[in-house]
Write a protein that binds this ligand. Sequence first.
Ligand code: C2E
Ligand code: CA
Ligand code: CA
Length: 648
Amino acid sequence: MSDVNSIQSKMHRAGHYPLRVAQYLRLRERIPPLYGMLSVNAGILAYTHRTLAPGFLTLTIPAILIASCLIRMLVWLRPIGQQDLEEDAAQARMHKAIWLSLAFAMAFTIWSLSLDRYGGPYEHGHVAVFVSVTVLGCVFCLTFLPTAALLICLTSLGMFLAYCVTTGSATLTAIAINIALVSAVILKILRDTYDSFVELEVAQRELRIERRQAQALGDENARLAQTDALTGLPNRRYFFAALENLLETAEDQVFCVGLIDLDRFKPVNDTYGHAQGDRLLQVIGTRLVAQCDPSVIIARLGGDEFGFIVPGGPDEAEAIAQKFCSAIRMPARLGEVTVAVGGSAGIAIYPESARNAHSLYDRADFALYHAKNHRRGQSVRFSDQLETLIRSEQALDAAMQCADLARELSVAFQPIIATESNQPVSFECLARWTSPVLGVIAPEMMIASAERVGRARDVTATLFDRALDALALLPHPISVSFNLSGHDISDAETISTLLERIDKSGCDARRLLFEITETTLIAEVDKARSVLERLRATGARIALDDFGTGYSSLSSLHQLPLDMVKIDRSFAPRLDETVGRRLISAIRNLARALSLECVIEGIETEDQLLSARIAGFSLAQGFHFARPMTLEEMLGRVEASSKSWHFA
Ligand code: C2E
Ligand code: CA
Ligand code: CA
C-alpha cells in the first residue's frame, strides 16, 4: 500500500515518467467522473421518458449502458500498480479507451435519439441538451486523450446533426450546428492544452535527465576525490572519513584499525626507478583487495603505507593482517625484473586502544613501528605494555641521536682463555654505552638503537678504533675479537671503514678476530661470504658467534670462510650433565673435523671448566675467568699473568 501511495504522490510531478505514462496517469483522474456523469445524465434522461417510451428504452437499455459505465469506472478506479507505470501498458490501455469511447458514444447517441421519438417539445429539448452537454462534458474529461475526444465529437454530434436534418426541424438543426461549432472551438482549446502538457512533460523530462547527469558527474568527482589515482584503492581522505563514520555509529562495537608499511620498498624505487615502484604498488594494491571480503576497508594512505579497517575483533584483524603480509611477500614480476618486498602491520583496537580516529591511527602506528623494528614481515597489535616499551625505545633513540659517541661509548674486555695454560689468548671487545640522560645501556639495545637512528656506522667505527688502540697495547701474540652486527655486514661502507682503519693503524691483522652471528650470515649468504672474504684477505680471522642458538647445522655453515666457532653460553650449564656433555662433545668433534677452532662461552664454575677440558675444549670464556673489564684492568692483569702461570 505504501508503494501505491508513493506512486500517487509522485503522480503529478511533471517529467517524472515517460510521456505516455504521464498522460495515462492524468487520464486516470478524469475517466471515472466521465463515466459517473454519463451514468447520471443517462439515468435522468431515462427518468424523464419513463412514462412516454417503452420499457426496454427507459429501463433495459439504460440499465445495460449504465452498468457498463459503472464497470469501466471501477476498472479505472483500481489502485495503481507498478505495471501501470510501464509505457507499453499505458499505451495499450489508452488505445482501448479510444475504441471504447467510440463504442459508448455510438451506443448512447443511438439510445438517446431513439428516445427522441417519444415525448413532447420539453422531452425533445432534453434529448438535445443530453447529447450536447454530455458530449462537451466528455470532451473536457478527455483533455489528455484528444483522439478519443475528437472521435466522440464526430460520432455523437455527426449522428445528432444527421438526425436533426432528417427530422426537418430548422430549430433542431440550428441547435445541432451551434453545438458542433462550440465543440470545435472547445476541441481546439483542449488540443492546445494537451500540446502544452506534452511540451511541459518533455521539457521537465529533459531537465530531469540533465540534473541526473549533473548529479552523476558530481558523484564521480566525489568518488575520484576519495580514490587513490595510482592503485584505484580508496585514499587517505576516504579512510579517515570512513573511520569517523564508523566511530559515530560504533558505540561499543569492537573494530580494528590497521596500518601496513612496506619493507625494502625504497631500494626497488632507487634501483628500478619510480615507474617500476608505482607498478609494484599497483600489484600490491590488487593483492590486498583480493585477501579480504568487502566489509574490510583497505586504503592507500600515501607512499608505501596502506591502512585497513576490520569490522571485528583483534584476532580477526590479525588474521587478515597476516594474509596481507604474506600476499605482499610474494615476489612480483615487473616486466623484465622480479622484485620481492615485505610488509609489516600494526593494529589498534576500538574501543580498547583508543576512542577517536586520530588516537587509533597513532596507536596502530605505534604497533607498526614495533613490528618494523622487532617483528618485520609480521603484524603487531597495540597494547599498553607495547606503548611503554616503544616510549622507552624512543627515549633511547632520542639519546642516541644526540650522543657524543667518543665520550659516551667505551669498550670492556673479556679474555678468551687457553684451558690448558689458563693464559689469555684473546680479548673480546664488548661495547658499553653510558648515556648522560639514561645511564648504562645494554650493548644489544645500544646497537639496535644506533641502527634505528642511522648511527650504526659511526658506533662501529668508534668502537673499532678503541679495539685497535687496545690491540696496539697488548703484547704479541694476544689478539682482540670484535663483534659485527648484521647491519655492519650488510653495509659495504662500514666494511670499507674497518679495512681502512686496519690499514691505517699498521696493526698485524692476524691478531684480529671478527665475531659474527649465524642469523647475520644466513640472511644473505652470498653477500656475507664476499664480505668475510674481504675481511679475511687482511689476515684477520672470523668466528661464528653464539653457535647453537640458530637453526643451521655446522656442516651447512662450513662453506663459509670461518676460522672459529663460539658455542653459545646457554650450553655451558649443560656441561654439568651427561647428555649435555655428550652433545657439546659432538659439536666440538664436528668443529674439529671442519678444521675450526672452538671456544666454549659462559664458563662460570671450576666444574664447567673441568668438563670443558675433558670434552676437548682448548679455549673457553666466561665469568669464571674474568668478567668484562676496563682497558687499564686488562693491561694490569695481562702484565701480572705474564709473571705467573694463571690469568685468573
Ligand atoms: P656476545 O658476543 O655473546 O658477548 C658475550 C656476552 O656474554 C657479554 O655480554 C658478556 O658479558 C656475557 N658473558 C661473558 N661470560 C659470561 C658468563 O660466564 N655468563 C654469562 N651469563 N654471561 C657471560 P654483554 O657485554 O652484555 O654483550 C651482550 C651482547 O651484545 C654480545 O654478546 C654481543 O652480541 C653484543 N655486543 C657487545 N658488544 C658489541 C659490539 O661492539 N658490537 C656488536 N655488534 N655487538 C656487541
Ligand atoms: Ca661475541
Ligand atoms: Ca657469544
